[in-house]
Every structure is written in C-alpha cells, then in structure tokens.
Design a protein around this ligand. Structure first.
Ligand SMILES: C[S@@+](CC[C@H](N)C(=O)[O-])C[C@H]1O[C@@H](n2cnc3c(N)ncnc32)[C@H](O)[C@@H]1O
Length: 289
C-alpha cells in the first residue's frame, strides 16, 4: 500500500493532472499556508498570479478543514491595520472562528489583523503574567494578545482599547464567548484619549507606529506609585535597528521624573522578510525611591 499523500502532495498532483500550469512553475507552489479558523492564506509568487483562482481552488480541495483560500497581495496598511489580502476560492464570507491556546477568536480574516506568527508571543504573555495583575491593551483589535492572558489568568483584570468599530464588535464578541465579561473591559475609541490612567501593571503596545502621545499615555497608564512593564513592538532592518527605549527615557526625564527604567529585554517574535524582524521590548519601569 502506498503511503497516504500529504495535503501539499495532493495539491501538487491535482495541479499537474489539470495541466493548466506551465511545468516549470510547479516548483513555485507554496508548500506552507497560514490558517485563521477555516480560512487559509497562501503567498503566491507573482509568476503564478495568472492562474491564482485555479490554484486557490486546488488548495481548497486539498486542505479539507478550510472553506476559503486567500492570498497575500500587499502589506498591512492604514491605522486600523487592514491586511493586504484577497479571496481566491471558496466561501467569500471570511468571518471565522479561530481557536488557539484554549481561546476562541471570532474574526473577519480578510479585513482584520490576526498574526499567526505572534503565537509564541501570545504564549509568552500568558507565561510571564502573574495573578492579580491589571493589564491595558492599547491596541486590542479582536483581543489578539490580551484575550489569552485573561482566559488563562482568572484573577487578572484587562482593559482593551480599540478604535476600529468593526474590530471592536469582534472584541466584544470574544469577551463574551470566552466568558471574560467580569474581568475584561472593552473600551471603544482612540487610545490617545481613552486609556485609563494610573491603573496598569502592564501595558501592551502591539503596534509599530506609536505616536509620542501614545508613549506618554502608556506611561500615564502605569500605576504611578509603582511603575510596571511596557511591551513595545517594532521592526528591525540591518539599516534601522529601531526601538522605543530612547524615546521613553526622554519622556521619563521630561515628564515622569519619579520613574526610572530598571531594565529592558528584547526578543524577536518573527521574521517578516530576509533581514527584517518583528521584535518586542519588555521595558520595566520602576518608581525611584
Ligand atoms: C496591528 S493590530 C495589532 C493587534 C494586536 N495588538 C497584536 O499585536 O496582534 C492594531 C490594532 O490597533 C488598532 N488601533 C490603531 N490605532 C489605534 C488607536 N489610536 N487607538 C486604539 N486602537 C488603535 C487598530 O484598529 C488595530 O485593530
């Protein structure tokens, strides 16, 4: 008996059998895909784009648990982080239930961001959070980073701020389906004006383009008599190893003289492109004695 084919072997075989793709391009078919709920996301080399719908159909037939195949066509853009995706095959309704780390995330995979590459960071945040903490997620989206913390720590309180009404509607739903109503407060609005002050032990800043005002608000959000931890995110390239530490230090000197930066740790979350990494800085701020 021949061994059962992997989904990719099945997809490749179907594309070959259907004969629409020039043979020399077969090797460019992507061997991996990302998955959000029942939506699969592939990245096709531009040389394959003339056949993208047919290819999408082959992936849909080859991966039994998926109902939609999308492809990445550009970068995530705009303040509300609209992912650059298009549907190639299957159900055009891209609202799906994604399950991860014992949590349920309802999300529109076409229109909202949920990075599967941030899985390890979601896991790490669960691990480093201690019971009884108060956490603010200034860029909550559908609860990507903060719902897992709340699910795994019943004594932790979270406040999550989201500016996009569509993402906010999913955040509310995810609080409900994960039974977090008593300890996760969603706040609709701009975090520059809607972030609670003097409340948090930990502030999540899962966004690459922070404004000076957002950094100031993050420092105000910390418990002023204790300090806490800010998690800032950024991108590095060989030419631009960027981080927010310098800007935060300057703010501390100018506006929060009773604070000081105790230590910072940097971790790479994922590789975005050759030489470009998404990283997170854990910035521990304490009160000067
Ligand atoms: C890139 S997503 C990140 C989601 C999550 N923090 C993560 O790291 O996976 C950023 C989210 O922040 C929201 N956002 C952007 N600017 C905001 C602001 N000024 N106030 C509140 N939310 C904002 C966007 O609408 C989007 O849902």
């Amino acid at each position: 008996m021949s061994p059962r084919k992997t989904p990719f072997e099945y997809i490749k075989q179907s594309v070959e059998n259907e004969g629409y793709l020039p043979t020399e391009l077969i090797t460019r078919l992507p061997k991996h895909w990302r998955r959000i709920g029942t939506v699969g996301i592939i990245e096709l080399h531009t040389s394959l784009w003339p056949w993208k719908e047919k290819i999408g159909q082959n992936y849909l037939s080859g991966i039994s648990e998926l109902s939609t195949i999308m492809q990445k066509v550009g970068v995530t853009t705009t303040t509300i982080r609209t992912p650059g995706l298009e549907v190639l095959a299957g159900n055009p309704d891209t609202v799906t239930l994604h399950k991860e780390l014992g949590c349920k995330f309802w999300i529109d995979a076409l229109r909202l961001t949920f990075s599967t590459g941030n899985h390890a960071e979601r896991q790490r945040l669960i691990k480093i959070t201690t019971e009884g903490e108060q956490i603010i997620d200034m860029f909550a989206c559908v609860g990507n980073l903060s719902v897992p913390i709340s699910v795994h720590h019943p004594t932790v309180e979270v406040k999550g701020i989201e500016i996009n009404p569509y993402a906010y509607s999913f955040l509310e739903k995810n609080i409900q389906v994960n039974h977090l109503k008593d300890r996760y407060q969603p706040i609709f609005g701009d975090n520059q004006t809607h972030t609670p002050i003097n409340w948090a032990d930990r502030v999540l800043l899962g966004y690459f383009e922070l404004t000076p005002r957002q950094l100031e608000v993050a420092l105000q959000a910390l418990k002023q008599d204790q300090g806490g931890i800010l998690h800032t995110h950024g991108l590095t390239t060989a030419r631009q190893p960027f981080n927010w530490r310098q800007a935060i230090n300057k703010l501390i000197l100018e506006e929060f003289p009773y604070f000081k930066m105790k230590d910072t740790k940097q971790r790479v979350i994922k590789s975005i492109a050759p030489g470009v990494h998404h990283f997170v800085d854990d910035i521990h701020i304490i009160r000067k004695i």
